[in-house]
Ligand binder design. Structure first.
Ligand SMILES: [Zn+2]
Ligand SMILES: [Zn+2]
Length: 269
């Protein structure tokens, strides 16, 4: 069984393993083709490509962009885009700045409540899970989930709305950079038919029917949608390297779908 695994994360976002370590792990699992799709960055793609080249795994450049559609967080995968495309880079930089601002605003709001988490000297972007950890460490919450409930969640005292790239903009940015856009793990969005229909009308290229997030019957449903809405079919493990250690080599695009994907990936329609 030689799968295409087109969805995984490295230390360039929230994964545990470096692109080089991932390449070796994929080799040991006999994965034939792979894509590194870190959250909102493709900075790891070059390292991943050389490491995969060295062990004979085909690669395609990838990214997983956090977007919003009708108030819901939606993950859009991008493949085979020109990494040097200025508009794509500008859009990702802008999204990154918005995220930084969000953490700053949360920390400011907490400071106004006399909650000082001593983040003054940190330069890197602080994530909400990191703020939750700090709240626990400094005794303002009993656990991370308590921290989210009291402060960081939608009903929490330090809630700041996120402003993210829209799903439609993400699709357009990927396509203008010559790439293909794919709805990641559609099974996690509840009633996804209207979502898929709407995004397909906006030009979405594909859906990730095969995912570690799906049951078998869900996969079949998404295969049906893919023909109904003329979308290409992709698959991936969404491996992060934590409790999902068994996903690598077990989730991805099966052989019988690979030829079709190749055609779609390399077509210019
Ligand atoms: Zn995702
Ligand atoms: Zn992912």
């Amino acid at each position: 069984m030689s799968l295409f695994d087109l969805h995984m994360h490295s230390t360039f976002s929230d994964g545990v393993y470096s692109p080089e370590e991932l390449a070796l792990m994929l080799k040991s699992k006999s994965v034939q083709k792979a894509s590194l799709t870190d959250h909102d960055t493709f900075s790891g793609c070059d390292a991943f490509r050389s490491a995969c080249d060295a062990v004979g795994i085909e690669t395609v450049d990838g990214i997983e962009i956090s977007t919003v559609h009708r108030g819901r967080t939606i993950h859009i995968l991008g493949y085979r885009f020109r990494k040097e495309d200025q508009r794509l880079n500008d859009a990702l930089d802008f999204a990154q700045k918005q995220r930084e601002k969000r953490s700053d605003k949360i920390i400011e709001k907490l400071l106004k409540m006399k909650i000082d988490l001593h983040f003054h000297n940190s330069k890197a972007t602080i994530s909400r899970p990191e703020i939750a950890e700090a709240l626990v460490k400094h005794g303002f919450a009993t656990s991370k989930s308590d921290a989210f409930e009291k402060y960081l969640g939608r009903k929490g005292l330090a809630w700041i709305d996120k402003s993210m790239m829209s799903s439609i903009d993400a699709i357009k940015h990927i396509q203008r950079a010559g790439g293909k856009s794919v709805l990641a793990h559609p099974g996690i969005y509840g009633n996804s038919e209207s979502l898929i229909r709407e995004l397909a009308m906006e030009g979405l290229d594909g859906i990730e029917a095969f995912s570690s997030a799906h049951f078998g019957s869900q996969t079949n449903k998404f295969l049906d949608y893919s023909s109904q809405f003329s979308l290409m079919v992709t698959g991936g493990s969404d491996f992060h390297g934590r409790e999902d250690i068994g996903f690598l080599g077990n989730y991805g695009l099966p052989q019988e779908f690979q030829a079709k994907l190749r055609l779609k990936f390399y077509s210019h329609d």
